[in-house]
Design a protein around this ligand. Sequence first.
Ligand SMILES: Cc1cc2nc3c(=O)[nH]c(=O)nc-3n(C[C@H](O)[C@H](O)[C@H](O)COP(=O)(O)OP(=O)(O)OC[C@H]3O[C@@H](n4cnc5c(N)ncnc54)[C@H](O)[C@@H]3O)c2cc1C
Length: 602
Amino acid sequence: MMLQSFENFQLPNLQDAYDVVICGGGIAGITLARQLRLNLPKISILVCDRLARPLPEATFKVGESTVEIGAHYFTETLQLKDYIQQYHLPKLGLRYFVGDPQAPFGERPEIGVRNFEIFHSDFTYQLDRGKLENDLRNFNIEAGIDLLENCSIQDVKLTDGEEFHTVIYKKLDTKETQSVKARWVVDATGRRRLLQNKLGLGKANAKNRSAVWFRLDGRVDVSDLVPLTESKWHAQVPNNLRYYSTNHLMGEGYWVWLIPLSSGCTSVGIVASDEVHNFHNYHTYEKACQWLQKHEPALADYLKDRQPKDFMKIPKYSHSSHQVFSQNRWACVGEAAAFVDPLFSPGFDLIFLANSLTTELIKLDLNNKLSQRTVDHANVFYIDTIDQLNLVYENIYALIGKKPITFALQSVWGALVSWSTLSTVSLNSVILDPDRMAKFQPVLAEIYSLAHRVQQLLNDWSDNSSNRLKFEYFDYLGELPFVDEMRSLHVKFNKTDQELINGCKDSLKLLEELAQVIFLLAVEDTMPEKLQNFSQPIWLNAWGISLNPDQWEQDGLFEPKSLPRDLNPVMAPLRKSIYSNYQPYVLEVERETANAGVAVGV
Ligand SMILES: Cc1cc2nc3c(=O)[nH]c(=O)nc-3n(C[C@H](O)[C@H](O)[C@H](O)COP(=O)(O)OP(=O)(O)OC[C@H]3O[C@@H](n4cnc5c(N)ncnc54)[C@H](O)[C@@H]3O)c2cc1C
C-alpha cells in the first residue's frame, strides 16, 4: 500500500448532496468511510473534520492498543493487514503487574504471555494514532471519498421523511458558513457527541473513573525496572519482549498503562476510580509524577527527569446513550455513541460494532429494505452490550489492586466469556441480522448467567481471601491449553451459523468446567475445611456455586445439570502456575501425582 504525501492534496469539489455525510474524521469516522466504500462502492461519502493533516504522530489521541475484535476490524474487515503489519507494532497481549506496588518490581506477580509464537499469527497491534489517522485519510481520498478538513460542524438539521438532512459547517480559515445535504448523517464527532447532545439522548454510566496520559520519547520498558542480575525474572519473557505488551501496573482503584508506539515513543497513562483517587491529585504532569512516586515508585524513579511530549486528561470518561441508530437515517459511532472503559482496550471493538451495524443499516436503506425492527435490533444489541460491559467493569474494578489470584482468574474467565459470546457473533456478522441473532440467544443466555455467577464468586473470594493461593508468573495462553484452544476456536470468521452455535456449546462446556475449578480454588483459599464436602470425582452444578455454604443445597450445587466430566484438563494446567500453602492439599496432590497424574481439587 502506497503512503501519500500531503503536498499533493487538493480540496475536493464538493457535491451539494451525499449519500452519507460523516461528521468527524477521527478513527471511528474514517474507518466507517472505508468500510462503506468497501461494501458499497457506488455511494457518495463526505467526511468533515475540524483538524487538517498532517496530524501529529505519537502525540495525537488516546486509544492505541487493540484486542482481538478491534485487530480483526483493521486487518480483515478494512483489509489493512499489510499496512498495519508494516507501519505499526505487533502487541504481545495484555500484561498485568499485580501485588504490592511498594515491593521491588521483580517480586510483583505477573500475568502475561511469554512470546509471539503463541498467537499463531492472530496478532493484535499497538497503533500510533496520528500516523494511522493521517494514512487512513489518505487511503480514503485515493478511494474516492471526499474529505473536508479545517471545518467545524455547527449543526445538523434532521428531517422526518424522505427529504435529505442538512449539515451546517463553518470553514475555520475563512469563517464562512456552508451546508451540504445528506441522505444519511453519521455522528463521529467523538466526545463532542453532536447528535446525542442535540437530541438529549445521553446516558451517564454508573461509576466515575478518570484518566490522564502523556507520551515520552524512546522506550519505557518494564524490563528496565528489574536489575539484570534477576536472571530468572528476565528469562520468564526472553529478549525484553514485555515491552511489546500493553503493560498494566495495577494497584487499588487504579492502573497505569505503558504502550509502545511505532514512532519510537511510549504512551503512559493513569486510569483511576474517582471514589479511590481524587482526580486533582494527578491531573497535571507534575502532580501525576508525584502521584506515581506515591503509588508506583519503581516507575516514577525510572521516569524521573524525562520530559513529556504532551499531557492530556479526561475526567469521568464513561458515557452511554439511549439511542444510537434511527430509521430516520442517522447513526452515532465511536465515542459519539458510547464509551465504557479503557481497561482491556475495548474502544476499537465498540467502533467495529457500531460501524458494522451502521454499514448494514445504510445497505438495507439503499435497497429499500430498512425496517424499524432492524433498527430496533441494532439499538438494543449495541446498548445492551454497553450495559453488560458496564456491569463487568464495575465488578472488575472491585478486584483491582486486591488479591492477585482473583484478578488472574478473572482475566482468563473474562477473555473466555468474551471470545465465546461477543467475538463469535460479531466477527461472523451475526449481530447484523435479528433472525440469526435469535438462534444464538439460548446458548448465549446460559453463558451470561454462568458468567454472572462466577463474577459474583470472584468478588466474594477477593473480599474473603486468606492469600493461601499464589502465583509468580501466570501465562494465560502459553500454559493453559484450554484458553489457547478457545481463542483459536472463536477468534475466527467465515463460519456457518451451525458451526458457530456448536462452538458456543463447546465453550459452555469448558466454562462449566472452569467455573467449578475456580469454585474449588476459592473454597480452598477461603474455607479449606469445606473441601471434604465434595466427594471424588467432583462434578457440581456450576450455576449453583457460591462462597455461602448455607446456600449450597438450596442453590442446587450438588445437583449437576450435566453428566460428570474430568476437571483435570482444566485444573492441572492452572495448578502449574498457582501454588498453595494449604498443606493437606499439597500432600494430597503429591500423593496422587505419584500414583496417577495431578489430582483435581482436594
Ligand atoms: C483514557 C482512555 C484510553 C483509551 N485506550 C484505548 C485503547 O487502548 N484501545 C482502544 O481500542 N480504545 C481506547 N480508548 C478508546 C478510544 O480512545 C476511542 O474509542 C476512540 O478514540 C474514539 O474515536 P472517535 O473517532 O469516536 O473519536 P475521536 O478520535 O475523538 O474523533 C472525533 C473527531 O471528530 C472531530 N470533531 C469533533 N467535533 C467536531 C465538529 N464540531 N466538527 C468537525 N469535526 C469535529 C475531531 O476533530 C476528531 O477528529 C481509550 C479511551 C480513553 C478515554
